[in-house]
Write a protein that binds this ligand. Structure first.
Ligand code: EPZ
Length: 437
């Protein structure tokens, strides 16, 4: 049965919450654990839909999984994998299946992966993954919606990515860990979640070096062994609650918010008038005295402003005095949620030009990838439907700010990526209830 959230708005957030492991790190590490025929253990695992989907995918190919959600401990025994075929039912649920290509080739010499999905934020092709794996020596065919990969053993190669793709970097790093010889991945992604994957692989016996110029060097080893790892904290969840605290003029301590991984976000938050201070084990965000100011920002790959921080940032800017500009340079179609916010009272206009920054790859694509936000605008409650995960959280923040009641449908998107989100909002004083539709 589908669920919806009902929120009584006009509130501010006050209290303390703790963020857990990052969605975009843990699921990749679950996949990486298959490189070793043993039992790996991950700690600080969040309770989110994407972990559940990934568990099901791994179980469907023979992994034995034990999970204590309360303690955040997940063990994956990959000693006896049963098949190199990812069942079709998992195609379209998230971006994980394609990441199994190199891992399954290591275990079986072959992999079959149905076409993958994820949030509806653009076409999200996998050409970088395919070309990279081909450079490592995989034979790859695409037939009837299924990618068929084969290679007795992959061979190290020098690969330059056309764009520093997170998924392609992770896929190639995992594939190269047990390839014959050395692999260089140039123009690679270097997000903290990728560094965390490299750390887990290193614990498993891999030899991975990060150079200063977006290059990963992976010296392939024959075998890896099972290992334990504590998943990095979720800097998207932390930033999302931080913005919620400031936008609602609240006062929230976020335990587990890591300044090191939020450096860029914190700079922009400060420029927008948001106040914060580091405290033992986290960061305190307080917006009671904040005079919110307009800013011009551009999203980008790490160490730039994450595209996943953009949506809550827009909510904050609806409350700032003046005109703000956000130029989205990672995904071409990530402002689909703005129309609903306008229905709630925001004034956001979208443009296909590259506004407020340098020209990006979407310059002449016709995609509306720049937003101009006029503030401050009071928001009012509405009945709304979530289009994707990150937009979903920003609707929640908008609902907390808005006068009146907001009903939010499509909450499965939020549950895919945010740990115990209802409990956390309730703990911060928001009257939020969950009802079946
Ligand atoms: C990851 O997606 C995250 N997802 C995204 O978070 C995040 O927004 C994104 O990285 C950027 O940080 C997961 O980790 C599961 P990319 P990913 O490959 O790996 C283009 C969320 O809500 N591209 O870095 O799929 C692509 O179209 C999600 O948690 C190609 O053209 O992102 C995009 O424009 C949303 N060909 C750009 O590169 C390819 O083969 C960046 O994509 C691969 C990517």
């Amino acid at each position: 049965m589908a669920k919806k959230f009902i929120i009584e708005g006009g509130r501010y957030l006050k209290g303390e919450i703790r963020v857990r492991g990052a969605k975009n790190a843990v699921t990749k590490q679950m996949v990486a654990s298959l490189l070793a025929p043993g039992k790996s253990v991950l700690q600080n695992v969040p309770e989110i839909g994407d972990v559940e989907i990934t568990k099901q995918i791994l179980a469907s190919i023979g992994c034995k999984i034990e999970h204590d959600p309360e303690a955040g401990i997940l063990s994956i025994d990959a000693a006896n994998l049963s098949t190199h075929r990812v069942p079709e039912e998992y195609s379209g649920l998230n971006r994980i299946p394609i990441l199994l290509a190199g891992v399954l080739m290591h275990r079986f010499g072959a992999a079959e992966i149905p076409m993958m999905g994820g949030c509806d934020i653009g076409p999200r092709p996998v050409d970088f993954h395919i070309e990279g794996l081909r450079s490592l020596g995989a034979d790859i065919r695409y037939e009837d919606g299924v990618y068929r990969f084969s290679a007795k053993r992959l061979t190290g190669a020098r690969i330059t990515l056309p764009f520093p793709s997170v998924g392609a970097t992770e896929n190639l790093m995992m594939a190269a860990a047990t390839a014959k010889g050395t692999t260089e991945i140039r123009n690679a992604a270097i997000e903290p979640e990728i560094v965390d994957l490299a750390l887990f692989l290193q614990s498993m016996g891999a030899i991975i070096t990060q150079e200063t110029d977006r290059t990963w060097i992976i010296q392939g080893v024959e075998t890896l062994h099972a290992a334990q790892h504590r998943v990095i904290n979720d800097r998207i969840e932390a930033a999302s609650f931080a913005v919620s605290a400031i936008a609602t003029r609240g006062d929230v301590i976020i335990k587990g918010a890591d300044q090191l991984h939020m450096l860029t976000f914190l700079n922009w938050l400060r420029k927008a008038g948001g106040e914060f201070e580091t405290v033992e084990g986290g960061i305190r965000f307080h917006g009671v005295q904040s005079k919110l100011k307009p800013i011009a920002v551009e999203t980008g790959v790490h160490p730039g402003l994450m595209t996943d921080w953009q949506q809550p940032m827009v909510i904050l800017l609806t409350q700032a005095e003046g005109m703000s500009v956000i130029h989205e340079t990672v995904y071409e179609n990530r402002f689909g949620y703005a129309e609903t916010l306008n229905r709630m009272g925001a004034r956001i206009q979208l443009y296909s030009e590259c506004l407020g920054g340098r020209d990006c790859r979407f310059r002449n694509s016709g995609h509306r990838h720049s937003a101009v936000i006029m503030g401050p605008t009071p928001l009012k409650g509405a009945k709304i439907e979530i289009p994707d995960l990150r937009a979903g959280f920003s609707y929640l923040v908008a609902a907390v700010l808005a006068q009146g009641k907001t009903e939010i449908s499509g909450v499965k998107y939020i549950e895919r990526g945010y740990d115990r989100v209802v409990e956390k909002f309730q703990a911060l004083g928001v009257p939020i209830s969950v009802v079946e539709e």
